[in-house]
Ligand binder design. Structure first.
Ligand code: GLP
Length: 260
């Protein structure tokens, strides 16, 4: 894992946007794995800005979102469908048929999940997966205890996740209890992974994910098994990292390193 500490969330978002731009410049028909939540908002704003400046073209890009709440219609303001359209898709030139978001209203979840997995494969796999992290260390909605080889499936949300996400709803009772999410195994098959976190609330989860043991109790720790994961954090989210000095040293020495 490469850990890049940025001074502010804005710098974190800009650095992540550069990663996406590099992937799209090298492969205009890349497949991107998308995340929701407040963390990637700055990244999406930056992608929209670059697109409007004519520097990013999404006309051949395909996307797969990580997860969706079960039971919310796609028009619900808190559905991840709504989130993605509002914050990214309606502002860029991605063809609607290239957008994939898990269905939270299908009548057959098992069949849908199998289709989603197959569709990712048909599209050639995910080139770059963007991830946030829950305060309980989850990626997607892979709550503590999720199998580290899990695939897209239904999950019951942890109470902590429901509490954390209640801020987006009128009251806690409105937060869905179930979600459909790519599995940890699905995520680990992406070519590259970018994990974003900012704020003090994420410091413990980031330290556990980056420096703790690989454990299903912190599903983000499975990213230690992935050969190409970069973690972009701001100062607050980095505040519990014991290896901080080394991570900074690596970044400082990067310009002089021989080409890998
Ligand atoms: C939800 C999403 C995750 C996201 C997490 C953190 O649980 N399923 O994909 O990473 O929230 O959200 P936020 O970025 O708002 O802290």
């Amino acid at each position: 894992m490469e850990v890049v500490v940025q001074k502010t969330p804005a710098e974190m978002s800009a650095a992540a946007a550069r990663e996406v731009a590099n992937v799209l410049n090298a492969k205009p028909n890349a497949v991107l794995g998308m995340a929701t939540g407040s963390t990637p908002l700055g990244l999406y704003q930056e992608l929209v800005r670059l697109h409007k400046k004519g520097e990013l073209d999404f006309s051949h890009v395909t996307t797969f979102n990580l997860d969706e709440y079960v039971g919310l219609p796609i028009t619900h303001p808190q559905s991840y469908h709504h989130f993605m359209h509002e914050h990214l898709f309606r502002h860029i030139n991605i063809p609607p048929q290239n957008i994939h978001i898990p269905s939270g209203t299908t009548t057959n979840y098992r069949a849908f999940c199998e289709w989603y997995e197959q569709r990712i494969k048909q599209c050639g796999g995910i080139d770059l997966q963007i991830l946030g992290i829950g305060t309980d260390g989850h990626v997607g909605f892979n709550e503590p205890g999720s199998s580290l080889s899990s695939r897209t499936r239904l999950k019951t949300l942890a109470r902590q996740t429901i509490d954390d996400n209640a801020r987006f709803f009128k009251n806690r009772d409105e937060v869905p209890i179930y979600a459909i999410t790519m599995g940890v195994g699905t995520v680990l098959e992406a070519g590259e992974i970018v994990l974003l976190a900012n704020g003090k609330k994420k410091a413990a989860a980031i330290a556990a994910a980056v420096e703790g043991p690989v454990t299903s109790m912190i599903t983000a720790s499975a990213l230690q098994l992935h050969p190409s994961t970069r973690v972009y954090v701001d100062e607050e989210a980095a505040s519990q990292l014991k290896m901080r000095e080394y991570f900074d040293w690596v970044q400082e020495k990067k310009p002089g390193a021989p080409p890998a």
